[in-house]
Design a protein around this ligand. Structure first.
Ligand code: SF4
Length: 299
């Protein structure tokens, strides 16, 4: 994805960011809605490039990935910013932050890869790097640059994303992502609207999932957080899981993994309690009508 593809010039020096379906129109110097991309001197750049707010060594199962290299560890890295504003965000302190709201330190791609290789010297079960915590693809250039170096160093790359991005972003990462967990938050445009999505956000998430499911180089798992009163209907889960089953040339039932996870009150959604555990299990059973590999989380 070239800089020219990523933006379209408008009058008065404003640029339209085409990284995600929000299509922010950015006046010179302005930040996008994600808080991470800026019109800097006539080019839209990832303002959060190399700005790391979170760095931890995690079990790969925590991403969550249930069926990819179980028992290994990943160096998990996050910055700030997100192109959605889910009122129940579990990581809102960094996802909804800008550069002045949160503490960050610079970790350039070569430093991240070196740190991961160093971690692997003492913990041989370190498999690679996970791009996670905030929405990594609002700064896809950092993911790309780290992933290229990591791959050359024999490390794997794991992407944890909401998937609401234009295909050019996935083109930029083509062949670099070994495993991904993509959120599929619900199965209606209305639900994505409550998450601050654009009219095409669900379509973009579906396109991302469809593309990665069909890519033999990438192991794909999908997560749906069940929020009481918002996306906990059986009909919606039925439609969602049925769609997943039809992916990967109709082999989704066997190849895809679905995580059905429990909501806890966070950020702007504190007017209800956690998802009843019985509801999580019930909706996981609905998903199991269509998929062989369904896991519950946070229960
Ligand atoms: S990536 Fe950020 S700046 Fe670009 S369109 Fe999406 S929200 Fe706006």
């Amino acid at each position: 994805m070239s800089a020219q593809d990523a933006q379209a010039a408008e009058k008065d020096g404003a640029l339209v960011c085409t990284t995600c379906p929000r299509r922010c129109r950015l006046a010179p110097g302005a930040l996008g809605a994600c808080g991470a991309r800026r019109n800097a001197g006539g080019t839209i750049v990832a303002d959060n490039y190399g700005r790391v707010t979170s760095l931890a060594l995690d079990p790969i199962e925590k991403k969550p990935l249930a069926r990819y290299r179980p028992g290994t560890l990943v160096v998990s890295v996050g910055s700030y910013g997100c192109n959605l504003t889910c009122p129940f965000c579990q990581n809102w302190e960094i996802s909804q932050a800008g550069e002045k709201d949160v503490r960050w330190r610079t970790v350039m791609p070569d430093e991240l890869v070196a740190a991961t290789l160093e971690a692997r010297r003492s913990r041989p079960e370190v498999a690679g790097i996970a791009y996670t915590y905030n929405e990594p693809l609002v700064g896809w250039e950092y993911v790309r640059d780290c992933a290229e170096l990591a791959r050359d160093a024999g490390l794997v790359n794991v992407l944890v994303s909401n998937g609401c991005f234009e295909q050019g972003v996935l083109d930029a990462l083509d062949g670099l992502v070994d495993a991904a967990n993509i959120d599929l938050k619900g199965f209606s445009d209305a639900f994505y609207a409550t998450c601050g999505g654009a009219p095409r956000s669900l379509a973009c998430a579906r396109d991302t999932i469809e593309r990665l499911a069909a890519d033999p180089r990438c192991h794909l798992e999908v997560t749906t957080l069940v929020v009481p009163g918002m996306n906990d209907g059986e009909a919606e889960m039925e439609e969602l899981a049925g769609w997943l089953a039809g992916l990967d040339g109709g082999r989704g039932r066997e190849t895809l993994t679905h995580h059905v996870t429990r909501f806890f009150p966070r950020w702007r959604l504190t007017d209800r309690g956690p998802t009843p555990v019985a509801d999580v299990y019930r909706l996981a059973d609905v998903s199991r009508r269509y998929l062989d590999h369904v896991f519950v989380g946070n229960c």
